[in-house]
Ligand binder design. Structure first.
Ligand SMILES: [Mn+2]
Length: 324
């Protein structure tokens, strides 16, 4: 009896995560909002920095002392309705562009906080969207990958089995349904930003068929030039405005907002803007394990006459980055 048991255990140990096929109707690749809100707050690459996340959200008045959603509502927002995430124009939007986990422990707490805020925001005409980062996709593809050690430690400390979570148990079910990007008006948000010159329809098709075939262990998400992994994709030695504009035109946008690379524009620890608002880089290395900074939020504000993008720091100070 013993040998088959050991063989079975070995096989189980090598097993890849396997969850249910994703319902793409309920959980599309890209979250699209057609009603543009007055304020969009964006951050990325929290990497377990729970206390720093809480400080930032408080500075932005998005949560109260008990960490409950207090994002504002705006008169004139259309609100109401329930059509596919397009009917939340009345309240603040908060977008988190992936890599919530790994590097520091605290990623699980961050995910749980954001999941709760998502439910609360929905009830007050706000919207919280968390997109996949490469770290989440890599965990879902292989919870034994080297980078996942801090997150796996956290799961085990709570009595959770990493393979089961990656297969869709508990928070894993929510993680497996996260969108890969967000399009809101002419702004496009994703972890690394490389849409490869494809239309959103073509990119959707590519990612859906990759995940349907290989779950999260798919090149569509994990190859070095993917929308979750690419670095410096806008440059080929020098910045390529033609390439960026081609990519923007293909998805019907004028701004790319992404995280993933703390040295994207050469200067670590600060939110970057490049090429007249075409590119915004948000990985400020806020994880205690990275510690380039204590974090920053990008705030996109619309009035009837202008659109501005500002940076808000944990102390609540706000500085203008871009205006159109
Ligand atoms: Mn990343």
């Amino acid at each position: 009896m013993r040998t088959p048991f050991i063989l079975f255990a070995l096989l189980m140990g090598c097993e890849a995560p396997s969850g249910p096929l994703r319902d793409w109707q309920a959980h599309p690749v890209f979250a699209t909002q057609n009603n543009v809100p007055a304020r969009i707050w964006v951050l990325s690459d929290i990497h377990g920095g729970f206390d720093r996340l809480v400080t930032l959200l408080k500075a932005a008045s998005l949560i109260d002392a008990q960490n409950n959603w207090t994002g504002g509502n705006f008169a004139g927002g259309s609100g109401g309705g329930s059509g596919g995430g397009s009917a939340n124009a009345g309240g603040d939007h908060l977008y988190v562009l992936g890599d919530v986990i790994d590097k520091s422990t605290g990623g699980l707490k961050c995910l749980e906080l954001l999941q709760g805020l998502q439910q609360q925001a929905q009830m007050s005409k706000g919207l919280v969207v968390v997109t996949l980062g490469n770290h989440e996709a890599e965990f879902l593809a292989d919870p034994n990958n080297d980078k996942a050690v801090p997150f796996v430690e956290e799961l085990k400390a709570k009595g959770l089995k990493p393979l089961e979570v990656a297969s869709g148990k508990g928070i894993g079910a929510w993680m497996r349904d996260l969108p890969v990007g967000i399009k809101n008006g002419d702004w496009f948000f994703s972890h690394a930003g490389n849409t490869e010159g494809l239309t959103l329809e073509a990119l959707t098709q590519k990612i859906q068929s990759g995940v349907d075939k290989n779950q999260f262990d798919t090149k569509a998400l994990l190859s070095a030039d993917s929308i979750l992994e690419a670095q410096q994709w806008w440059a080929n030695g020098t910045d390529s405005v033609a390439l960026i504009d081609r990519n923007l035109a293909a998805i019907g946008a004028t701004h790319f907002v992404f995280g993933h690379d703390p040295a994207a524009f050469g200067k670590r620890g600060s939110t970057g803007e490049k090429l007249m608002g075409r590119l915004f880089s948000l990985d400020v290395g806020m994880s205690p394990a990275v510690n380039d900074s204590e974090g920053a939020l990008l705030l996109i504000e619309r009035t009837s006459s202008s659109v501005t993008a500002s940076v808000m720091l944990p102390n609540g100070s706000k500085s203008l980055l871009y205006r159109e």
